[in-house]
Design a protein around this ligand. Sequence first.
Ligand code: COA
Length: 371
Amino acid sequence: MNKGLEGIVAASTAISRIDGINGRLYYQGLNIDDLAAHSTFEETTYLLWHGSLPTTEQLTAFTKTFIENRQLPYEILTLMMSMPKKTPPMEVLRTAVSALSTYDPDDLDNSVEANVNKSLRLTASMATIIAAWERIRNNQWPILPRTDLSHAANFLYMMTGKDPDPTAAKILDTCLILHADHGLNASTFVARCTASSLSDLHSAITAAIGSLKGPLHGGANEQVMRMLLEIGTTENAEKAVRAMLDAKQKIMGFGHRVYKADDPRAAWLQRLSHDLAMTVGPKQWYEISEIIRHVVQESKPLPVNVDFYSASVYYALGIPIDQFTPIFALSRVSGWTAHVLEQYSDNRIIRPESEYVGPENVSYVPLAQRG
Ligand code: COA
């Protein structure tokens, strides 16, 4: 038995490849470093869905359709407005995505074409859900998406109602590229399992959101920021981390099932965190992060993962902590949908076995005789 399915190959995929020994990540054969340096989230999404980078004409047409699908049905906004304001954003996202299927014109159609359209609508409109909830829970009206902004810039605009700073939009766009896909991680596996019963795409993405939410997966970025805030100062950092390690606590943002070297996405996020600390400030979250990393890696050979520096990056961008994981989902939906499309294209139900360790041959005792 391989606890946690460690080392088990459960799917063939052409979407992304992790080289865990050397700390590299590829989307459809392209190195993530090249994509982060030169691409956009829209172009990366096209790559994940279609297998190669788009031509200018293809990207123009794709972006136009993407933008046309940003708006939410009014009924979804009404549903969100009916939810308690204290509802965590990941729960709102999970519920709204599930409800969206009812309003999708291709609901009940599981053809390839319908699923490509659903993927596009979902990926485009999840940004609107996340931003709208930020407004709704703060007693503000949701803001309609704009048609002249990139996905990242429009998201920041819908969150704040202000023209987004181009540097902030570029940083968020890079974060979205970096988080878009990552092999058979827990949420992607969940999405593929759900799709493998030939359930619908919205069900697969709803299930994936539920999986991403956990602190051992996408929820770790929120926990990293809470740890940084709790530590508070650079002076406290070393002692606090040593105490956590001595208490055998897991340090969020470290460790990975596949990487033995540092996660290549963390290098990008570290740079972004550093640059934001030096330009926008305050410097302390980056500086505390550096101390934590030094102390952790000095005592254990744990790779730093994607969630560690994304926390201080999102915080510096002014994003509320409980919106960090929804932003992960905002990006990862492109990968999830790519995997669901791939699963449908060569499907066999995913049905592993379990090792039974319970009691055997137990006799049934009638209720009245049980003491
Ligand atoms: N802090 C301290 N120790 C850690 C650790 C961390 N973040 N991550 C793993 N370890 C240790 C474990 O305690 C275990 O030690 P042991 O062999 O002495 O018992 C060993 O490393 C293996 O860890 P394990 O939890 O079995 O690895 P996994 O492959 O099952 O889990 C993660 C991978 C990512 C879930 C795990 O590393 C973790 O919980 N990290 C923190 C959460 C996080 O950042 N998640 C985001 C992932 S992108």
